[in-house]
Design a protein around this ligand. Structure first.
Ligand SMILES: OCc1cccc(Br)n1
Length: 446
């Protein structure tokens, strides 16, 4: 159970614990609410997932970057009513600076690109895997942290960049056994929304806010959506037309509604044509209702969904051509996606695709009496110099104990240092899978 803060007298501020803080108090061994520990079994799965993130990113020629988890709060202050803003994990540090635990990676990436300025040549293809935070009232028992894989292409204005990003996620899914019958991508463009708002003379500065409201479709009652749109100064007619357009599920229908000249249509047609060339058409579908919940998207947006409809969005992304200039940087086009580490694991469990990642060690080395502990250490050092992994038994333990540990850590080979053999410069070897055993000179061990 979590410590009752009132009992420990701890305040919510950053002030150091009060002098009367009871240091003998039994601590709460659970991690803070909404956060996770990664003990070995969970860490093996996470490492496997991240290894796949990395290998796909490198397969696509992306370079890894990283940023501080702690950023200036100003990086995330956007006035579009986003959930990510309402849940910002922010505070004032000891230097009275307003700071925040990053809720996403894109603003940090934009900040770094601007910082690098002319010292980097475009296009940039960067990827990152980083922990992101939100402070949500635990009423819904949801997590407050997750790890996100991001891939971003900076400096390419056309949809070939988005097509490449979606293909990188398809490639990832295929690597871990997920197929087009398990998941798909809903794709749209915010230029659809932009065109409708333009036709109803809705001021540009309301665009981000309208997108954030539309993203709540199917999450809150339609009447609340309409109310929020009207409070964003949309006329009744504009609201109705907007909701009409958002229900469109085919490009042909969209063309009928908007006409063939709108930029959104050209982008989407080009994206679907490229998807066909890549060979992933079966993975994507047009869905005008997809707008994503981040205010800064300006063009193509997409999200990965589980076709059984049981899980939240697996990943999402899109084009954000204005973000860098809103940070005072040059007008540089950009697009990217975020892929969380939690929903994908739920999907793998649902589909029985969690890999068997038992611990592995090549050797377990033990001595038969404590005078030979040094000899055992020397044997371990020799093996490790040759790149062999070794679990060295560090206390004088009976063989029965050693065999049990060898099974638990899935050791492949048992190396026994016994006095008689050691006199001859030899050690005993037992191959644990076959039971085969023999003696060998230490120098010949490999
Ligand atoms: O995807 C929104 C989000 C941001 C930070 C932390 C968590 Br959990 N979720």
């Amino acid at each position: 159970a979590e410590l009752d803060n009132t009992r420990t007298g701890r305040s919510g501020s950053l002030a150091s614990p009060p002098a009367h803080f009871d240091v003998t108090q039994k601590i709460d061994v659970n991690p803070p609410k909404g956060t996770r520990d990664f003990p070995p079994e969970e860490m093996r799965l996470r490492s496997w997932l991240f290894q796949n993130f990395r290998e796909v990113s490198q397969l696509f020629g992306f370079e890894e970057v990283d940023f501080p988890v702690l950023e200036s709060e100003a990086l995330f202050i956007r006035k579009a009513g986003e959930e990510i803003r309402d849940q910002l994990y922010c505070f004032e540090d000891r230097g009275n600076r307003r700071v925040a635990l990053r809720p996403e990676l894109t603003p940090s990436l934009a900040r770094l690109v601007i910082q690098k300025g002319k010292s980097v040549s475009l296009p940039l293809k960067w990827f990152a895997i980083g922990q992101c935070w939100r402070y949500e009232r635990m009423t819904r028992g949801r997590r407050r942290e997750h790890y996100q894989w991001n891939m971003d292409i900076i400096g390419v204005p056309n949809v070939a960049a988005e097509a490449e990003l979606i293909f990188s996620i398809v490639t990832f899914f295929k690597r871990i056994g997920i197929t087009a019958s398990d998941v798909g991508f809903k794709v749209s463009s915010r230029k659809v929304l932009q065109e409708v708002l333009r036709r109803y003379s809705v001021p540009e500065n309301l665009f981000g806010r309208v997108c954030v409201v539309i993203d709540k479709l199917e999450k809150i009652p339609i009447d609340d959506i309409k109310k929020e749109l009207r409070s964003a100064e949309l006329s009744e007619e504009a609201v109705e037309e907007l909701l009409q357009i958002l229900s469109v599920k085919s490009l042909t229908k969209l063309e009928e509604k908007l006409g063939s000249s709108v930029e959104a249509l050209a982008d989407l047609k080009q994206l679907f044509s490229l998807a066909e060339k890549y060979g992933y058409s079966e993975w994507i579908q047009f869905d005008a209702s997809i707008v994503r919940g981040l205010a800064y998207y300006t063009g193509i947006v997409f999200e990965g969904f589980d076709r059984e409809g049981k899980l939240r969005a697996i990943c999402g992304g899109g084009r954000y051509d204005r973000l860098l200039s809103t940070f005072g940087g040059d007008d540089i086009p950009a697009c990217g996606f975020g892929f969380g580490d939690a929903v994908i694991v739920e999907l793998l469990k649902e589909r029985g695709l969690v890999p068997d990642l038992s611990p592995q060690v090549q050797n377990i080395v033990c001595s038969l009496d404590q005078d030979l502990q040094g000899a055992a250490s020397l044997v371990a050092a020799r093996l490790r110099e040759k790149g062999q992994s070794v679990d060295l038994v560090l206390e004088n333990k009976p063989l029965k104990w050693v065999f049990k540990r060898a099974a638990r850590i899935n050791a492949q080979r048992l190396i026994i240092v016994g006095s008689e053999e050691w006199q001859k410069g030899m050690v005993g070897v037992k191959i644990l899978s076959s039971g085969e055993q023999y003696e060998i000179k230490v120098d010949e061990l490999e």
